[in-house]
Design a protein around this ligand. Structure first.
Ligand SMILES: C[S@@+](CC[C@H](N)C(=O)[O-])C[C@H]1O[C@@H](n2cnc3c(N)ncnc32)[C@H](O)[C@@H]1O
Length: 384
């Protein structure tokens, strides 16, 4: 979407509202968990919205900054004396002066907790980040929880170097709105779009030159851009959990992905729970963006993902931890249990290695009891 056509406040599409609902659900969990069990007592929590917008839409009362303040306040009010972290700092970066002004007006109407501190930065994401880092340096270097929402218009504006810097902090996470469509358009436009400079900035190196195929279909190029972006995130030290999903309108297909990256499994587990909690019966839906043919997220039906898990691991002994990470990174599920149950029901497990002194019932795969699974070398006969 181009910002040029939009005025200070604009009408939100259904997927925009879904994105805000998802952020709200996730931040409620993030503030609550890190507020009551911070990595270090009194560590402050920092939330950064790098492309904050005006704080409202013509058809929707709350933009991302407002739901963040509400989630922070609600977490502090709910937990009261159980709160162990320091104060919550929310930093909102917005380049457009009229939108920043609108946002400040909107923020002043929110009744936030005294321990929630909001500041706005009328700047680019990159300059805003420099200023925020100068103000709260520990959030960028120590185990002080940091969550950054990166939601630009279009493909540029959030250089990979900035994302890498955020993720170099030990307790940081990002949620990025990746405009794969915009990336593929720049790629196809070549020199006219200043391609080499822009794409090298988006990906942080020139790997896009080998990873995007010039003769492929547009949709395939979008997928290639997404896959490369995920690979680039996984090259960052400590970033073991990277997950992307597509937000798709019912009527039209948009190549619009939200990409989550973290060094900790709990973050991704909570992001998946947040997705599950969002009503998808409206005009949009979340799709898995890990496979070539997007599958609708069916939290109620593990079969398709169980088949993929089996294909990947057949004939091998796989530790439970590895299966857990696979489930988090490559399926909509927060753990492998239901997929393993399906695999066992279809007689594709050779044996289950238990931890000393533990037993298990058939069909159950608790991490407290199971050390590893040995998969058969077989072929799946079950009908889907
Ligand atoms: C997609 S909108 C943000 C929507 C908002 N996050 C929400 O969910 O309500 C992108 C915003 O980024 C602003 N923007 C554009 N370029 C920017 C830049 N380089 N740095 C910071 N903000 C920018 C635009 O003015 C616009 O308000």
């Amino acid at each position: 979407m181009s910002s040029k056509k939009l005025t200070t406040i604009w009408k939100a599409e259904p997927h925009t509202i879904a994105k805000i609902d998802l952020l709200s659900a996730y931040l409620k969990a993030w503030f609550s968990i890190l507020g009551t069990k911070p990595p270090r007592r009194n560590a402050e929590l920092l939330y950064v919205d790098g492309f904050a917008g005006p704080g409202e839409y013509t058809n929707h009362p709350t933009g991302s900054p407002i739901v963040a303040l509400e989630a922070a306040t609600s977490a502090l009010n709910t937990h009261g004396a159980r709160w162990k972290a320091g104060d919550i700092y929310c930093a909102f970066v917005e380049l457009d002066p009229a939108r920043t002004e609108n946002l400040e007006r909107k923020l002043s109407t929110v009744e936030s907790h005294a321990r929630v501190h909001a500041s706005t930065y009328a700047a680019t994401f990159v300059d805003g980040l420099i200023a925020i880092k100068a103000a709260r340096p520990r959030s960028f270097s120590q185990a002080y929880p940091l969550f950054v929402f990166i939601d630009p218009f279009g493909a540029t504006g959030a250089p990979f170097t900035a994302v890498a810097e955020i993720l170099s902090s030990p307790s940081s996470e990002v949620l990025i709105n990746l405009d794969a469509d915009g990336i593929a358009r720049i790629f196809r436009a070549g020199d006219d779009a200043n391609r080499d400079i822009l794409l090298t900035k988006v990906f942080g190196d020139t790997s896009w030159q080998e990873s995007l195929s010039f003769n492929a279909d547009f949709v395939v190029q979008c997928r290639q851009a997404l896959e490369l972006y995920k690979r680039r995130l996984r090259t960052l030290p400590g970033i073991r959990y990277v997950f992307a999903f597509e937000m798709r309108g019912i009527k039209d297909s948009i190549n619009y992905f939200l990409v989550f990256a973290s060094g900790h499994p709990l973050g991704l587990e909570k992001m998946k729970e947040a997705m599950k909690s969002i009503d998808q019966s409206g005009a949009y839906t979340f799709c898995d963006a890990n496979v070539r043919q997007s599958l609708l997220f069916r939290f109620d039906d593990p079969e398709e993902f169980a088949r993929q898990l089996f294909e990947r691991h057949k004939g091998k002994r796989v530790p439970h931890d590895e299966l857990h990470d696979y489930a988090l990174n490559d399926t909509p599920f927060a753990n492998p249990k239901r997929m393993l149950k399906w695999i066992e029901e279809n007689d594709l497990i050779e044996s289950v290695e238990l931890l000393p002194g533990k037993t298990r019932r058939r069909g159950t795969f608790s991490e407290d009891a199971v050390r590893a699974i040995i998969f058969r070398q077989g072929v799946i006969h079950a009908q889907g």
